[in-house]
Design a protein. Structure first.
Length: 636
């Protein structure tokens, strides 16, 4: 056991998670104050807590109840940290949802206020649940910390148990908002089904959820096992302590280690516990009794399982460390592709950290890194050989116009031609998806109210107006034209995606330039306001999905604009003030003349949408995900 690390408080001390956490905190050298609801008649046996190793010296029991928010003051006074685990549980929905939510929220606020009053609490770790992120109706392949459950969906559907789903979501939001407003460090741990051994005397609720297959007769529970996310109790306790001690911990953290379908669970249980009788009728039951209730969710999970198990072939992604490419790689791996990512070679004395790529799920089996550079067109031959498709994302970036436009354009065009020739030589590449930009369609004197794929930017205007990053505007336009002409001449199937400003969360370590521009008002970068006068945006996840869609769509041809949100600077100013009132937004009055002179032209994604693609993210999700990610990475 380590030395005395200080006193911490754990609320809901008799629960499954809290008891194991208390035990682990004692082992780590903390003095622990555990709160339990008062038991005047002393009928509740808590000896499983008081008999823990080290408990006699380092564990104190305090009476406190969420119904009495001030009752936590004594337990928290003098602590350096609080682990708020307690939450009202009403599995049978006997109380109105509003009553349960009020108890949870007011109790949480009482605990957080006690932390502020203490003057000693450095951080609060709030124990949340996957219920706060999973019910959003977006049909996402991948759910992360930027997601929140839609409470209206929870209320419309007969979800189990409703009051828990809503109260947990409301309580976590309240805790994070309180922490942000009052300068209190609050980190939340989002738990999936917690399983493993337990020291509490009764079988935990989570145990009752995952044992119905073994405990025959609980068929009504099967519907909750269609696709189960789980984590071991000891990992949960370790994650709580890790996030309390990690200096850079911020925001929300999902803590889930295993995902299993009910079919895989049956196979596992049958193989490992042959003495246990597994119901024979489970497949029939699933098909007849559950599918009609949960068919959309079940079908999505089945499709996802098939995609993950299926090897769809090898594809190459150029410029692998960039914002778009890195997210695209993650999505391709999720969709069952093996990926070869190209990165520029590093000088011997300056090795670039690419662990954000190599640590992606399934990367150890399905991701290969190749060195290649647009300055050396032949360097792409090796990564492309044997691929069925290429996503050409790489492009030289010179936003400050340090290099002559001709040099940047030459590098982009020759590098792209090298990649396209490698595709022809491979004899295996079926389609190339080229990542283009709205700069290839927006800069012209046509005065169009709506811009579509038939429009091209006028390079002479780009040069004469000395626009932001002229070399990028010109080189991107010339390169896309060259790629399409090459493909037409040589019979290569090539599709281009024309992107506006790409915003949303990011896995690369640096803040992408597009994110910085989108957040110019929040970051106070007034020199970039001129680019926000009429802004077109798309969420990074929609963008990656669009790349995969046009690669797989049999009838895809030519150019596709991929833009989901259009907003003026006035509307953005109002949106940010309303949504983030705690952020100081500088005035835009100095831009009035420029705003009035600006001719607005919309970007039309009609061609992409009519092909069957659907956007999943709007303005709120774009900024929520972006800001949350920036906070977690320390940029805000």
């Amino acid at each position: 056991m380590a030395g005395d690390k200080g006193s911490v408080c754990v609320t809901g001390g008799t629960g499954y998670v809290a008891t194991w956490l208390v035990m682990r905190l004692l082992q780590h050298g903390y003095s622990v104050r555990a709160t339990v609801r008062s038991d005047p008649e002393r009928k509740k046996d808590i000896s499983y807590l008081t008999n823990l190793p080290g408990a006699s010296e380092k564990l104190q029991i305090f009476n406190a109840d969420l119904d009495q928010p001030d009752s936590f003051d004594a337990a928290i006074e003098g602590c350096i940290g609080v682990f708020h685990v307690a939450h009202p549980i009403d599995l049978t929905n006997q109380e109105p949802e509003e009553v349960v939510t009020k108890r949870a929220v007011e109790g949480t606020l009482g605990i957080l206020n006690a932390c502020l009053k203490s003057k000693t609490v450095k951080r609060v770790v709030y124990t949340s649940s996957a219920a706060t992120i999973m019910f959003n109706g977006k049909g996402l392949d991948y759910t992360d910390e930027t997601m929140w459950s839609d409470l209206d969906i929870c209320r419309r559907r007969p979800l189990y148990p409703l009051s828990y789903l809503i109260s947990k979501t409301e309580s976590e939001r309240t805790a994070l908002e309180f922490g942000e407003k009052h300068g209190l460090e609050v980190v939340s741990v989002i738990l999936t089904l917690v399983v493993g051994p337990f020291i509490s005397p009764t079988l935990p609720v989570s145990g009752k959820c995952y044992l119905p297959i073994i405990n025959a007769g609980n068929e009504d529970q099967y519907q909750y096992l269609l696709n189960t996310h789980m984590v071991h109790i000891d990992d949960v306790a370790s994650a709580h302590i890790f996030l309390f001690e990690c200096p850079n911990a911020k925001g929300r953290y999902i803590c889930s280690s295993d995902e299993v379908t009910i079919q895989a669970m049956i196979q596992f249980l049958s193989a490992n516990y042959p003495e246990v009788k597994i119901p024979d009728n489970i497949d029939t039951y699933m098909t007849l009794k559950v599918t009609h209730i949960y068919s959309p969710c079940l079908e999505r999970e089945r499709e996802r399982e098939r995609e993950m198990e299926e090897d769809k072939g090898i594809v190459c992604v150029t410029g692998g460390t960039g914002h778009v490419a890195s997210w695209l790689i993650m999505k391709l791996l999720q969709h069952g592709y093996s990926v070869r990512a190209t990165v520029r070679s590093d000088p011997p004395d300056c090795k670039k950290d690419i662990s954000f790529l190599t640590s992606l799920p399934r990367a150890t089996e399905k991701l290969q890194i190749y060195n290649a550079d647009l300055n050396k067109p032949d360097s792409f031959d090796a990564p492309i050989k044997g691929c069925i498709g290429v996503f050409h994302v790489a492009h030289p970036m010179d936003q400050d116009n340090k290099e002559p436009e001709e040099i940047v354009t030459k590098r982009a065009v020759e590098g792209t031609l090298g990649i396209l020739n490698a595709c022809l030589n491979s004899k295996t590449v079926k389609r190339v998806v080229y990542t283009s930009s709205a700069v290839t369609v927006m800069v012209n004197n046509k005065g169009l109210r709506e811009t579509d794929e038939s429009t091209w930017s006028d390079i002479d205007i780009c040069r004469s107006q000395k626009l932001y990053s002229t070399s990028y505007l010109v080189s991107k336009t010339v390169t896309e034209r060259t790629a399409l002409e090459f493909a037409d001449k040589h019979g290569l199937d090539l599709v281009t995606l024309v992107l506006p400003l790409v915003v949303g969360p990011f896995i690369c370590p640096r803040m992408p330039a597009s994110v910085s521009m989108a957040l110019a008002m929040i970051l106070g970068n007034q020199d970039q306001y001129q680019y926000l006068i009429n802004l077109h945006m798309v969420h990074i996840d929609d963008l990656a999905s669009a790349h995969i869609f046009v690669f797989e769509y049999p009838n895809a041809k030519g150019r596709y604009i991929c833009s989901s949100v259009e907003i003026t600077i006035h509307r953005m100013f109002e949106f940010l003030l309303e949504k983030y009132p705690d952020v100081q937004i500088p005035s835009i009055d100095h831009l009035e003349a420029e705003i009035k002179a600006h001719k607005i032209s919309s970007l039309s994604s009609k061609k992409l949408l009519e092909s069957g693609f659907k956007f999943k993210f709007g303005l709120d999700e774009i900024f929520d995900g972006t800001i949350q990610c920036c906070k977690e990475k320390g940029f805000l």
